[in-house]
Design a protein. Structure first.
Length: 374
């Protein structure tokens, strides 16, 4: 893997290439864009290039394209995940901080992690390469005091430093943080390219189509769901049943259905944990719950589309009957209310509200609204 193998982020990469060729790389970047569009991948490949002992230049019609060599000592250490001058800063590092032992995995990116893994390390000169690279994942989870703490190093970084903040929500970063970094925007990826990619992973066409549309341009998320599906998580079967059951959702069935969803999200989470060992179990449970709620959102969204702009395609294109039923029961206004509700529940998940309570509340609101056909 190298910079030229990164999928569909030509614009962001060419901006970085131009800066590299002109020897005008910024010391601090914000890579901004939705989850799963390649921000981490580009940051990693850029780091590999900046650290490489003998970078290679290839002449292309768009100018020189620089890439790491893949053979030097630095590249080898980088690939082995043990390069001393590459620092990935992410919230799960909290357990390795001075006071973090035994503390539960955090939801935000704790200040201790930023202090001990970035601010204190930045002034120490690189040990192997000419540079030192810090990649901060989920920078939108930095609270104001962590960001303030970072300001000094962002403002006057040692000349050998390159700090890259990966961020899905620019509005969560303070203006002072943003003004000290150069922002590179990452765009979403076309559905067709995602579908082709999922099919290459051996997912069948219908499932590939559904996961690509559900992912809304995020290749990373689509691939993650595809990997889950291929590992036997039965995500697709779960969503088919879920879309069917919300169309018929009545008060009497709420408790049972909520319990079922809790069970499904736990089951999905256990397959997910096997695939992704670096993420905490509680984060994975939250992700599974969020995925189920996104499926519900897509159902209401399709119902709304069918009522307002029926010529537009549906995410749940293969469940036309159920979507029709939903569209009959929920007019656009009440579908929009249910979607707003789902987003509120996503917020509850983030702050750690009990899953059963969330699903129950969500389903109660659904059961209690719309025009029920007798
Ligand atoms: Zn190299």
């Amino acid at each position: 893997m190298s910079l030229k193998d990164v999928f569909c982020q030509d614009k962001a990469i060419s901006l970085l290439q131009r800066a590299y060729a002109a020897q005008r790389m910024s010391h601090a970047y914000i890579f901004a864009g939705p989850e799963g569009v390649g921000k981490f991948k580009v940051a990693g490949e850029l780091a590999r290039l900046l650290l490489c002992e003998s970078p290679e230049l290839e002449k292309t019609c768009g100018g020189d394209f620089a890439d790491s060599c893949g053979r030097c000592n630095s590249c080898r250490l980088f690939d082995a995940g043990s390069h001393p001058d590459f620092n990935h800063v992410y919230k799960e590092l909290r357990k390795f901080t001075r006071d973090g032992k035994g503390k539960p995995p955090p939801v935000d990116l704790p200040i201790d992690v930023v202090r001990e893994f970035l601010i204190e390390k930045a002034p120490m000169r690189p040990t192997l390469s000419k540079r030192k690279v810090f990649v901060v994942s989920e920078a939108e989870r930095l609270n104001a005091s962590s960001q303030n703490c970072l300001l000094k190093v962002l403002e006057e970084p040692p000349e050998y430093c390159c700090i890259i903040l990966l961020c899905t929500r620019l509005d969560r970063l303070l203006a002072t943080t943003r003004s000290r970094c150069q922002t590179i925007r990452f765009s979403t990826i076309d559905d067709d390219r995602i579908i082709a990619h999922l099919k290459e992973m051996d997912l069948d066409g219908t499932k590939a189509g559904y996961f690509a549309l559900l992912a809304q341009g995020s290749l990373g998320r689509a691939c993650e769901w595809a990997r889950l599906e291929l590992a036997g998580a039965e995500l697709y079967r779960t969503k088919k049943e879920l879309i069917g059951s919300i169309a018929d959702c009545r008060l009497g069935g709420v408790t049972e259905l909520a319990e079922k969803l809790v069970g499904e999200s736990a089951r999905i989470a256990s397959v997910w944990t096997d695939l992704d060992e670096s993420t905490s179990r509680s984060d994975i449970v939250r992700r599974s719950q969020r995925t189920l709620i996104e499926m519900v959102i897509s159902g209401f969204h399709d119902a709304m589309t069918l009522n307002i702009t029926p010529e537009k395609g549906a995410v749940n294109f293969e469940q036309a009957g159920e979507i029709k039923k939903l569209a009959r029961r929920f007019d656009p206004e009440s579908a929009a209310e249910r979607i707003a509700d789902c987003y509120r529940m996503q917020g509850w998940i983030e702050v750690g509200v009990n899953g059963k309570l969330i699903f129950e509340q969500l389903l109660l609101n659904i059961a209690d609204s719309g025009k029920l056909q007798v």
